[in-house]
Design a protein around this ligand. Structure first.
Ligand SMILES: Cc1ncc(COP(=O)(O)O)c(C=O)c1O
Length: 384
């Protein structure tokens, strides 16, 4: 029988059953508009505020600091653009391996001369050069925002949030982190680590699509960015997506309740995948530092696979045919096909001609599925 294996959890995760149940109940019974003053409205408002409080608790944050949005892209755009518009930020420091939600937002700022943008150096492991960051922060007296992602969505390298936060403190800069790939998978204590702004998205931690949140530290001075009603303390107007918000809170509750157990499971899955891939393909290249479980997320590997040149373009098609869902992404070669901007930065020249693939895991994956993947890859490469 044909198999169906989902290894694309960094793109999106399946919703947990309990999350669907919580959303279902809201959709059926709590249909009031949270802004209405009657009992139907008040019930919906209570659901939202309970969700806000529970979400804030996971991060040691204040409920007022959680602003619901439509997801990671909106949070990233809003936080970057409003920092410049409202807080007098003149310089944004980011990296070339951020998600496009950040890169395109900062390009917009630079093109329209709203802020100058500098890109901190990153190495072939996808690790930020902290000395270069300190140097950029000290370069002039302009008001600065540092925007660096917590976990890279393509290669999985983990940022040292505390180190960046300390550097920002020394230089009196604001710090935003796109934590879309980290929230729900790793603990983040916002009381311990001074981060001014953070972006999260529910569909990356087994919640619904189209909902996320921004953490906006108290007294940040941000002005409303969607104008209209007084929802979300006036910052983001619009009737709240109650079922999505409740679903997100449920997904996060389960994620953090089971964090150690699920992280342990994912680490075993990933380590097994790394070992089996190495055994099957001794000269495989792990992009960034993704084979190192201490420095990269337990949720993914990204590999440059040694495939004979004549077969390289067929690899993704073959995996899809075999029921394996994953994400392709290759460094672009001699400027031809548009490749991944992240791999372009981190993959050493000698591996750039190989197809690179990201396999990203969730707790619903099994060791048996990794065996199937490695067998499928081996028979494709060996030609039988
Ligand atoms: C690191 C990162 N930032 C932002 C986003 C965008 O999030 P959303 O899909 O919720 O808009 C993604 C999604 O792929 C991501 O991985």
């Amino acid at each position: 029988m044909e198999r169906s294996v989902y290894f694309d959890n960094a793109a999106t995760t399946p919703i947990r059953k309990e999350v669907i149940e919580s959303m279902h109940s809201v959709l059926l019974d709590t249909y009031g508009n949270p802004s209405s003053s009657h009992s139907f409205g008040r019930s919906a408002k209570t659901q939202i505020e309970t969700a806000r409080k529970n979400i804030a608790n996971h991060f040691n944050a204040n409920p007022q600091e959680i602003i619901f949005t439509s997801g990671g892209t909106e949070s990233d755009n809003m936080l970057i653009r409003c920092s410049v518009q409202d807080l007098g930020v003149e310089t944004v420091i980011t990296s070339r391996i951020e998600h496009h939600a950040i890169l395109h937002a900062v390009e917009f700022l630079a093109q329209n001369k709203l802020a100058q943008v500098f890109y901190v150096k990153t190495d072939t492991e996808g690790v930020v050069d902290y000395n270069d960051l300190a140097h950029l922060l000290a370069a002039d007296d302009s008001k600065k925002l540092v925007s660096l992602m917590h976990i890279n969505n393509e290669i999985g390298s983990i940022l040292d949030l505390e180190r960046v936060s300390n550097l920002c403190k020394i230089h009196n800069a604001l710090f935003h982190s796109d934590a879309v790939q980290g929230v729900g998978h790793y603990a983040i204590d916002l009381e311990k680590i001074h981060i001014d702004f953070l972006s999260a998205s529910a569909h990356k931690f087994h919640g619904p699509k189209g909902v996320g949140f921004s953490f906006v530290r108290k007294n940040s001075g941000l002005n409303p960015f969607i104008l209209g009603g007084s929802q979300e303390r006036g910052l983001r107007a619009g009737t709240e997506s109650v079922h999505n918000i409740v679903g997100m809170a449920k997904a996060l509750e389960i994620a953090y309740l089971n964090l150690d157990e699920e992280q342990g499971y994912l680490k075993r899955i990933k380590q097994y995948a790394v070992n089996e891939l190495k055994a099957a393909f001794p000269d495989i290249h792990f992009n960034g530092c993704c084979s190192d479980l201490d420095r990269s997320t337990c949720t993914l590997v990204n590999v440059a696979i040694p495939v004979p040149e004549d077969k390289a373009s067929l690899l993704n098609f073959h995996l899809d045919l075999k029921g394996i869902a994953c994400s392709k992404g290759s460094a672009c070669q001699s400027g031809s096909a548009k490749g991944s901007h992240v791999l372009e930065e981190v993959v050493p020249e000698e591996f750039k001609s190989r197809p690179s693939i990201r396999f990203s895991f969730s707790i619903f994956n099994t060791i048996d599925e990794i065996d199937y993947l490695v067998q499928t890859l081996s028979s494709f490469v060996e030609g039988h």
